[in-house]
Design a protein around this ligand. Structure first.
Ligand code: IMP
Length: 428
């Protein structure tokens, strides 16, 4: 089983951090393949809580080497802050964190352009992600490797900042940047990041040859994918399975397990269509009980029922071989639990097809199957058979509809609040 990929199946915030943290116990390498500091992975140990934005959550397992792949866009300030925090917690980072020399850097002007463009239109996180990927594909980005040669860095930065200054001034009427000051800052950053820079593609190829176990960790969720998500209300990278190959340089033939992380209900942060959104007391309850506030921006997340139409789409794109259901505990105490199985189209027809077209998706009406709820607190449950019967019925339905077995059920943020499951295994 050389490569396992962990993917958010919905709109992000499915609880991938905890699952990666758990799985990394059996891994040699945990590698992040896309996104940037827009992600926030929350890890809880005892009464301690950490949020990681860039460094893979496997860093807290000492035998694991963590990789930030070429597909990630790196905010120097964020990555250095995280390294400092991890060191303060007593973990060795040098030699255990490798940053791809081909990863692109987020520059101060990326955040400025995002702000100036009015990020409220999409509801982006303000971390400069979109503008950094624009530069990458316009072939004017600055990469980690550029830090190694001061002259190259100076030349590229000067050209880029001059261009950005013209845009900031004439298009947005915003303040211009000081070229020399930015060059100084990045030269400083170079000294700090130097020990971590590596040709991570070569490193991963060698590791796979030696039979090492690699966990590829996606950020955000499949429905925020720039191609497959609800464009333009998406992020600027590929959280879906193909992103693991291009964002790390690993061949698809090495991927044996694709784990879809499914939150037991749905959430979305930022704008864009969300067919099962609940704007009522149940939605508010899910937000309050599930602590559904952004780990990066603190924004309240929009909440709703599980959407099997969207999940079937996500399963088709990613080829999930198994599912991990998270936050099942949040549903405890509800009289009934609903699951969207179809969309009703404006002409009255029922459809199981998810359209990523925003105009179409905004007009569909969710059709629900209703399940009996359960009142039991799920804390302390270790065995699948000890889950309330109604919860098992709910999970069984989800697994059957998606035709994918459920291997893990998370019932709380702590490592031990996890139940190994065989639900749907016979069918797989
Ligand atoms: P960006 O990634 O900052 O460009 O934001 C684009 C969209 O993706 C916005 O709707 C964000 O709220 C959303 N987004 C970005 N990162 C995350 C995440 O980690 N979880 C959930 N939504 C995210």
């Amino acid at each position: 089983m050389p490569v396992t990929v962990v993917i958010g199946s919905q709109w992000g915030d499915e609880g991938k951090g905890k699952i990666v943290d758990l799985l990394s116990e059996r891994m040699d390498i945990v590698a992040r393949y896309q996104g940037g500091a827009n992600a926030g992975h929350t890890i809880v140990w005892g009464d301690r809580k950490f949020v990681l934005h860039l460094v893979p959550s496997g860093i807290f397992n000492e035998g694991v080497t963590c990789v930030i792949g070429n597909g990630v866009v790196i905010d120097p300030v964020a990555v250095m802050d995280e390294i400092r925090m991890i060191k303060e917690l007593g973990y060795e980072v040098e030699g255990r964190l490798l940053i791809s020399h081909n990863a692109h850097l987020i520059m101060p002007y990326h955040k400025m352009i995002e702000e100036a463009r009015d990020r409220s239109a999409i509801g982006t996180t303000g971390r400069g992600i979109g503008p950094a990927y624009v530069d990458k594909f316009a072939r004017s980005g600055i990469r980690v490797v550029d830090l190694l040669d001061r002259d190259v860095l100076r030349r590229k930065l000067k050209a880029s900042i001059e261009e950005k200054n013209a845009i900031l001034k004439s298009v947005y009427g915003a303040q211009e940047l000081d070229v020399e000051q930015i060059i100084e800052e990045y030269v400083e950053f170079d000294k700090l990041i130097d020990p971590y820079i590596k040709d991570t593609t070569e490193y991963l190829a060698d590791a796979l040859k030696q039979g090492k176990q690699v966990l590829a960790e996606g950020a955000q969720g499949s429905l925020l994918d720039v191609d497959f998500g609800t464009y333009p209300f998406v992020t600027s990278s590929h959280p879906t399975v193909g992103g693991a190959c291009t964002g790390l340089g690993i061949p698809p033939t090495e991927i044996r397990r694709v784990i879809g992380i499914v939150k037991a209900y749905s959430t979305r942060v930022g704008h864009g269509p969300f067919p099962t959104e609940l704007s009522d007391a149940t939605g508010e309850r899910l937000r309050a009980v599930g602590h559904e506030f952004g780990a990066t921006t603190g924004r309240p997340r929009r909440c709703g029922w599980l959407d099997l139409v969207a999940l079937r789409y996500s399963t088709a794109i990613n080829g999930f071989t198994e599912l991990a259901i998270t936050k099942l505990d949040v549903l405890s105490g509800l009289d009934t639990v609903e699951v969207c199985t179809h969309y009703r189209l404006p002409d009255g027809r029922l459809s199981q097809r998810f359209s990523s077209d925003v105009a179409t998706l905004e007009r569909v009406e969710p059709v629900y199957e209703r399940f009996e709820g359960w009142s039991e607190n799920l804390d302390g449950i270790e065995r699948e058979d000890d889950l309330p019967k109604a919860a098992r019925v709910y999970l069984d339905f989800v697994s059957r509809r998606l035709e994918v077995p459920i291997r893990l059920v998370s019932t709380g943020p702590h490592r031990d609040q996890t139940v190994h499951s065989t639900i749907g295994s016979a069918a797989s």
